[in-house]
Design a protein around this ligand. Structure first.
Ligand code: DGJ
Length: 380
């Protein structure tokens, strides 16, 4: 090796070392949850997975969420991250991409919110559902969208977005209730809350299909899966069983809490009972959380009140956040994490994540604030 070659190889070695050091620094080393703080991924970038949910494959968690920019239009799509310890997250890229094609419903600039993924054991496919609003139409379209992939991280193939259950009656709408709704539909002076309570919006949308906005999915132990969404101008929740392949809504569905004005549903199951966290309706502003329980996903659901324990401000604002998902921790009994978003509509990309342990008090799920906490919380 001559002097020139020696200098070159020394320079190469230095460059390689610099690269390794940069890569090492780019790995995060979180050892706890710090709700409300910036949460960096393996590239040192604040995680961009808002309104998200988590899917577990073997020993890895995959966090899917809305990739936000500086306004609420979806320009990128559904972002996915992976983690083995729930503290440190690796950017796995965009699972479902918004389309350049302006003839696609999923074109860039439409609104895509609250994506959730479940695995279908029969078809071996991952199925992603999301709330979808068409470009330039605000929140008028109120569609639910579905996409599918052979791989957890995607790419997910977009199937379609649609209104729910056109021309199909729910399981819990008796002839008497239909007649009652028809009577109310004729009253012109009804307020918005009264309209959803008495089924007036339901009747209005019966032929064309019911609205679907804030949504989540729940996969039960027996493989049946459910789509839970805010419908009827956000006044009433609709819970629908998915078809066996999870790609469509079956005709088996119920209206829950008519006129109750619930958004942001998040479901979990403990000791054979189903629990739901949700919020009220105040746009991007926080409001008091709600909780409910049922013996079956298709109800009847019973309200359990505000699950937050703490200061008045915490109870009134749910720690300045809105629910999105409840994550059962793998390998720990009765360990559930409440996942919520602290929205920052002026700069959505800066939205913070509020993750807190779910605790139980007199058989009801409750939530308390911790500045910092670890998974061993569940071992105590
Ligand atoms: C509250 C919902 O929970 C969010 O997902 C979003 O739809 C905003 N409302 C829009 O105002």
């Amino acid at each position: 090796m001559n002097i020139k070659q020696m200098k070159l190889s020394r320079r190469l070695f230095q460059l390689l070392t610099m690269c390794c050091v940069t890569l090492t620094f780019a790995q995060t080393d979180y050892k706890s949850f710090q709700p409300g703080e910036i949460w960096e991924d393996n590239n040192g970038v604040h995680i961009n997975a808002h309104g998200g949910g988590i899917t577990v494959v073997n020993d890895t968690y995959y966090w899917f969420g809305e990739h936000k920019g500086n306004n609420n239009q979806a320009l990128v799509g559904v972002h996915v991250y992976s983690s083995k310890d729930l503290y440190n997250w690796k950017d796995e890229g965009v699972a479902l991409k918004m389309k350049e094609d302006t003839s696609s419903k999923l074109q860039k600039g439409s609104v895509l919110e609250r994506p959730k993924v479940i695995y279908n054991d029969k078809t071996n496919k991952y199925v992603l559902w999301f709330h979808h609003e068409l470009k330039g139409q605000g929140y008028k379209a109120a569609l639910t969208g579905v996409a599918v992939s052979d791989n957890i991280t995607g790419p997910y193939e977009y199937i379609d977005s649609f209104r729910m259950h056109p021309g199909v009656w729910p399981k819990n709408f008796s002839e008497e209730e239909k007649a009652h709704a028809e009577t109310y539909a004729k009253k012109e002076d009804l307020k918005w809350g009264q309209r959803s309570k008495h089924g007036v919006y339901f009747l209005r949308d019966f032929e064309g299909g019911q609205m679907s906005r804030d949504m989540t999915l729940f996969k039960d132990e027996d493989g049946s899966a459910y789509h839970i969404t805010a419908s009827e101008e956000n006044g009433t929740l609709i819970i629908s069983k998915l078809t066996d392949d999870y790609l469509s809504l079956s005709n088996e569905y119920v209206r829950v809490f008519p006129g109750g004005n619930n958004e942001a549903p998040a479901i979990f199951k403990k000791d054979g009972k189903y629990y739901m966290f949700s919020s009220g309706l105040t746009g991007w502003d926080p409001n008091p959380a709600r909780s409910a329980m049922a013996d079956s996903m298709l109800g009847p659901w019973k309200s359990l009140g505000n699950p937050v324990r703490g200061s008045e401000e915490e109870k009134e604002t749910t720690f300045r956040s809105q629910s999105t998902y409840v994550l059962p921790v793998v390998g720990k009994k009765d360990a559930f994490i409440f996942m919520a978003d602290r929205w920052t509509p002026k700069n959505p990309i800066d939205g913070r994540y509020i993750w807190l342990p779910v605790q139980f008090e007199d058989g009801k799920p409750i939530l308390k604030w911790y500045n910092e906490w670890k998974l061993d919380f569940f071992d105590k």
